[in-house]
Design a protein around this ligand. Structure first.
Ligand code: ZN
Length: 102
């Protein structure tokens, strides 16, 4: 079997003027309501999700479409996800290769 290699955006090493440590990508859990798929390319999901932790313990969540790689980063307040600084971030570059379908 050939391993799938795809290119995904690199997550920011720094947010809100502090270093952020990111954990690996995983498939986002299916939510009972809210966004399941991609509103850019209409991919039905599931989306990929990565969690990050800032130096001041702020929790960040990156959500990425596995087809078009549109990526948004949000802060996480317990169970609520909020766009970072009121904005939706989209990373188009730089890119890194990932060896799994996540
Ligand atoms: Zn997409």
């Amino acid at each position: 079997m050939t391993e799938i290699v795809r290119t995904i955006p690199v997550l920011p090493a720094e947010l809100d003027d502090q270093p952020v440590t990111w954990h690996g990508w995983e498939l986002a859990p299916v939510l009972s309501h809210g966004e399941q798929g991609c509103d850019i390319c209409d991919h039905e999901g599931p989306l990929s999700l990565a969690e990050g932790r800032g130096e001041d313990r702020t929790r960040y969540v990156a959500i990425r479409c596995r087809r078009c790689q549109q990526t948004r980063v949000m802060t996480r307040d317990r169970t609520k996800l909020q766009p970072l600084g009121g904005h939706i971030y989209v990373w188009e570059s730089p890119a890194q290769a990932i060896g799994a379908d996540l």
